[in-house]
Each structure stands twice: as structure tokens, then as C-alpha cells.
Write a protein that binds this ligand. Structure first.
Ligand code: SF4
Length: 585
């Protein structure tokens, strides 16, 4: 059943103590994105830098977590090292269910631990363990050591950082369990700044569900829609990797630092190629019957002759674009190899791949050379990219430390800002046109998931600027409602507002169910208010020249349309984030 308040564990790492606080507001912000933004308003320090120890690192789940399938995400909120503004990142795995089973709606971490530490918590325990011996260790090794050290099993989730988080890389992520990530905008560096190598959540409490027939009946209906209709097949079968061919066919797939949007070499990295040559199995987040996570195998020569090491690496559309087509690497196993190194360093894969694509073109243009890159960067040369990823993660020299803050930061020093593929942060893999470029450049998370701008581009040959802006604002509002439930956005076609209201009602949250439209509007405004309060000026955002050189299925990009969309969306964001639009909580 859903509580009418939030149970929030607030952990002060400096003091080594935590307390559970009770906060009202279930009917006004629901949970997930709404709760995270509200908690940042309560604990955050908008005017202080991201690495001020007092800044909170927030993890929030939703009211339906654990009760319905695909309610699997945890929302992480923080002040980002990438732009020093409010940021959100979402991940699944077992994190949400473990928090639910620990009887928590959110975890807020403040302070800085005196030594590199692991925070272990559950419904009955809270402990800060010294793990200084894990300094600089890659992600998989940290996982192995902590599993041995902490024991336990069941509903346990492990969040951890690699060397990138410790080195302060603004593109460092947090790895969740084995194959999920709080990837974008540098949550890993926030953990590193707090001297926190890992957080282990143990779901060791019971989670009451309603008696009677209504809940199981509704659960069965939702489960049926998610599994026995066509809706979810595409995510399970070839998975999102199927988009490689589709987007290449639409001249919308970024290749070699976005100098091309299609290439005949797509066969080497298509979804079918990955499935035929590398796929080992599918995996799933806790509570998900879909299993969209595709795990490929990587075979590498071991020390002895004729001995091989097999590693399991998860792949998706986005990682393949970032470490494959964007770097001109067109053999599936070689792409998996780069992804594996990215994973071990604890870097965000999209940011790392796109930043290295910029660096490669900067080498070609003579702006940097081996003195900076240490390895010869050249499109298609996978072995060098694997070494470069390690340098990027560990911050080996001044160049890599700067590049790890973002390609535009490196370009400000070395030149080459015109070909840095940055839309608020390193681009996602959609060169679909003006609407997507606007949506990512100005979206709150600078994510392709903020709104369906890429889809609008693909479906509309002709549209007015106002139609596109109305779409972006409305679509963001719909997604904010889902992320306040902490749902997987792959289920957005199933979890309509009507179905969400039914799910909430059956769990006893009638007031929340009746007010979902207001919740969506309020949370959309609240998130923007947090972003604006931390310094975001949407009118100051510019789009590098490379994006204006793109040709898609619609022809050359329309620069005037792009400018009109950017100006119009910036104005809408300022309107959305006006303080008075956010009702008091
Ligand atoms: S569809 Fe994929 S990302 Fe979404 S909950 Fe299921 S396994 Fe996780």
C-alpha cells in the first residue's frame, strides 16, 4: 500500500550517521522525479558548487515501485559537475526494488567521508565501511570484492564508481548492479567528491500488498499488456540495437564525429549482426518481464597461447552508436571491447565516445597530437580507442582531464568548438533534425529521453515551429508523470494516465490518482525551477556549427528553423519554470 508521506534516509557521511525523516507531499509530487526535485529544493544549495560536501546526492523511487512491472527506475538528482546546475539521471537494475524493500522512498547523501568508503544500508542497518584499498579499482573488481566482503543476497543492489568518478570526470557515471547506469551528467564524480566508492542497499523488509482480488486482477492485466502484445517485442528481440539500421536508412545515424549520417558499413554493427555474432543472453531489471538488456560476449586472448578470456558486455543502440559508428569502428566484437573498457572505467558511454570522436577530428585537423592523446587516435582504430578510454577515465594527463569535463571544455583550450558534437552534453545518437537538436540542447537532462524530439523529426516532413514547441512541452509533461512514478520509459505506451490512476487507486492512493494531471504540471515546473535556480540560462545555449552541416532524409538542416525552435523553446522553459507555477508542497 502507498503511504501518504515519504520515508527518507538522510545520511551525513562526515558524521558517519543517518536518520530517517518523514516528509509530506505524496499527493503533490508523487515520487521519482517529483520527489527528487523537491528534496533538492529542501537539501540542495543552488548557489554553492557541485562538489561542496553539503550538496545532496539524491536517490528517489516512485509510489508504484515493487507493485507493478516496469516500475523499475530510481531517479538520481544532484548538482552536476558538467555544468554546475541541477541534474537528474535514471537507472534500473535492482536499485528501486531494494530501496522499496528497505522501506525507503528516498536516500539523501550529504557530506564527505573522511576516507574512501562504502555505505551499506537496509531496513535494519546503516554502516559506513572504509574501503580505501579499492581506490582506483575498476568497476567489476569493486563489485567482486564488495560482494565477498558484505555477503548477503536477495534484494540487494550495488551502486559503485570506477576510476573516472574518483578522478572527478564530469562524464563519470554510477554503475548499478551489473548492466545499468546513472550515466549522464557526472553523478559518478559527485560520489567521488563525497569519497564514496559504493552504496549497497539491502531490501531486508517486507513490502505489504493489498488483500482481495482487485490488485492481482489489475496486475495480471498490466502484465498481459506488457508481455503478450507486440508493444514490447521490439525491446526483447533485437532490442534497441535494431535502430542502427533504421536510423542509418533515414540518414540520421551519426558517423565519424557526425561528418556523415549514413554509411554502407552499417552491416558490421547492425542489431542483427550483434545478435548473430555476439549475443549470449537477455537480462532484466528487477520486476521486469521484458528483459531488454542484451548481453554479448567478448573473447580475448589470455596470457597463455590458445587460452581465452570471455567477458560479458551489455549493448544497446546508444553504446553502439557512441563507440561504434561515431568512432568509425565497424566490427561488433571491437565495439564491445571499447564498451567494456568504458564500463570498467565507470564512464558514461555516450559522453566518452562522442568526446573521443571530437578528439580524433582535432588530431586530423592538427589541433592536438600524440603529446596530448598519448595513443594515435584514428577513426576505426579500436585498440587505440580502448587505451584512450582508460586515459580518459583515469585522467592520465592535462588533456584527458580536460576532455573528461566535456568536448567543449577541451575545445575552448585547443580549438575545434565548431565540430564538438555537444547538445547541452555530448550528443545522443539521433541526427534526426532540428527538433531533436533543440530538444537535447535545451532539455532538462540534455537526454534523448526528455521528450520524443527524435520521433517528431522522423514523422513530420512539414510542421510549424509552434506545433513542434507544443509537442516538446506536452511530451515532456507526459514523461515527467511517468518518471515521477519512476517507470521505465519503454512502458510509456502501456502506462497511460488512466492506467496509472487505476494502479494508484488499487494501492489506496486515491487522492494522488485523482490529481495526476496537476502532479505532472507541478513537477514539470518544479524541475525547471530547480534548474533555473542553479544558473541555467536557456537563451545562452548555442549549437555547434557541425549540427548545421547535417543532411537527413529531409535534406540539409534548416538553420533558420533551428534558430526559431531554440529561441521559442528557451522562452517556453522560462515560462514553465516561473516560481508561481509551482504550488507549495
Ligand atoms: S524494459 Fe529494459 S530497461 Fe526497462 S525495466 Fe525492463 S529490463 Fe529494465
Amino acid at each position: 500500500m502507498i503511504r501518504d508521506h515519504f520515508r527518507v534516509l538522510v545520511m551525513d557521511l562526515a558524521a558517519g550517521r543517518g536518520r530517517v525523516e518523514r516528509h509530506d507531499g505524496r499527493e503533490t509530487v508523487a515520487g521519482g522525479s517529483g520527489l527528487a526535485a523537491w528534496l533538492f529544493g529542501h537539501y540542495g544549495r543552488p548557489a554553492s558548487p557541485w562538489n561542496d560536501p553539503a550538496q545532496p546526492l539524491i536517490f528517489a523511487i516512485g509510489p508504484l515501485t515493487g507493485a507493478f512491472p516496469l516500475m523499475s527506475k530510481t531517479v538520481c538528482a544532484f548538482k552536476s559537475p558538467y555544468h554546475d546546475q541541477y541534474a537528474e539521471s535514471h537507472a534500473g537494475g535492482r536499485s528501486a526494488l531494494a530501496l522499496r524493500m528497505a522501506d525507503l522512498d528516498a536516500l539523501v547523501v550529504t557530506g564527505r567521508a573522511p576516507r574512501l568508503s562504502c555505505l551499506a544500508l537496509g531496513g535494519h542497518h546503516l554502516e559506513l565501511r572504509d574501503v580505501h584499498f579499492l581506490a582506483g579499482k575498476p568497476v567489476d573488481e569493486v563489485g567482486k570484492v564488495l560482494r565477498r566482503m558484505l555477503g548477503g543476497a536477495g534484494h540487494r543492489s550495488m551502486l559503485r564508481i570506477g576510476p573516472a568518478g574518483e578522478s572527478g570526470a564530469a562524464m563519470a557515471g554510477i554503475t548499478v548492479d551489473t548492466y545499468r547506469h546513472f550515466g549522464r551528467l557526472g553523478a559518478g564524480a559527485v560520489m567521488g567528491a563525497k569519497n564514496l566508492k559504493a552504496i549497497v542497499v539491502e531490501g531486508d523488509r517486507a513490502f505489504p500488498l493489498p488483500a482481495g482480488k482487485d490488485y492481482p486482477k489489475l496486475f495480471e492485466r498490466v502484465h498481459h499488456q506488457l508481455t503478450r502484445t507486440d508493444m514490447m517485442h521490439k525491446y526483447h528481440d533485437l532490442g534497441t540495437a535494431a535502430n542502427l539500421e533504421t536510423l542509418n536508412g533515414l540518414q540520421s545515424l551519426p558517423w565519424r564525429n557526425l561528418r556523415q549520417t549514413a554509411d554502407a558499413a552499417i552491416d558490421g554493427v547492425s542489431g542483427r549482426r550483434f545478435a548473430d555474432d555476439t549475443l549470449l543472453r537477455n537480462a532484466a531489471c528487477a520486476g521486469c518481464p521484458v528483459g531488454c538488456i542484451h548481453v554479448g560476449f567478448l573473447r580475448e586472448k589470455f596470457m597463455e597461447p590458445n587460452q581465452y578470456l570471455y567477458r560479458q558486455v551489455s549493448y544497446d543502440y546508444e553504446p553502439i552508436f557512441a563507440t561504434g559508428t561515431m568512432l568509425g569502428v565497424v566490427e561488433a566484437p571491437a565495439v564491445l571491447g571499447i564498451m567494456d573498457t568504458v564500463e570498467q572505467m565507470g564512464l558514461d558511454v555516450m559522453s566518452a565516445g562522442v568526446a573521443l570522436a571530437w578528439a580524433t577530428e582535432a588530431v586530423e585537423k592538427g589541433l592536438i597530437d600524440l603529446a596530448q592523446t598519448l595513443v594515435p587516435l584514428q577513426f576505426g582504430q579500436a585498440a587505440a580507442y580502448r587505451q584512450a578510454v582508460e586515459h580518459l577515465g583515469r585522467g592520465t594527463n592535462d588533456f584527458y582531464r580536460l576532455l573528461a569535463q566535456g568536448a567543449l571544455k577541451a575545445a575552448a583550450h585547443y580549438g575545434g568548438g565548431d565540430f564538438a558534437c555537444v547538445l547541452g552534453q555530448e550528443m545522443a545518437g539521433y541526427a534526426t533534425g532540428e527538433v531533436f537538436f533543440t530538444a537535447q540542447a535545451l532539455g532538462l537532462r540534455h537526454s534523448h529521453l526528455d521528450s520524443g524530439g527524435y520521433s517528431f523529426d522522423q514523422k513530420h516532413a512539414a510542421y510549424t515551429t509552434a506545433e513542434a514547441l507544443d509537442f516538446l512541452v506536452a511530451d515532456e509533461g507526459g514523461r515527467v508523470l511517468l518518471t515521477s512514478m519512476a517507470a521505465c520509459l519503454f512502458a510509456r505506451g502501456v502506462y497511460t494516465p488512466t492506467l496509472l490512476a487505476e494502479c494508484l487507486e488499487v494501492l489506496g492512493a486515491r487522492g494522488l490518482a485523482a490529481g495526476l494531471a496537476d502532479v505532472a504540471r507541478r513537477v514539470q515546473a518544479l524541475r525547471w525551477r530547480q534548474r533555473l535556480a542553479t544558473g541555467f540560462d536557456p537563451h545562452a545555449v548555442t549549437i555547434p556549427e557541425r549540427f548545421r552541416e547535417v543532411t537527413t532524409w529531409k535534406g540539409p538542416l534548416d538553420g533558420e528553423r533551428l534558430d526559431a525552435l531554440m529561441a521559442g523553446y528557451a522562452a517556453r522553459i522560462l515560462e514553465l519554470g516561473r516560481p508561481e507555477q509551482d504550488a507549495p508542497v
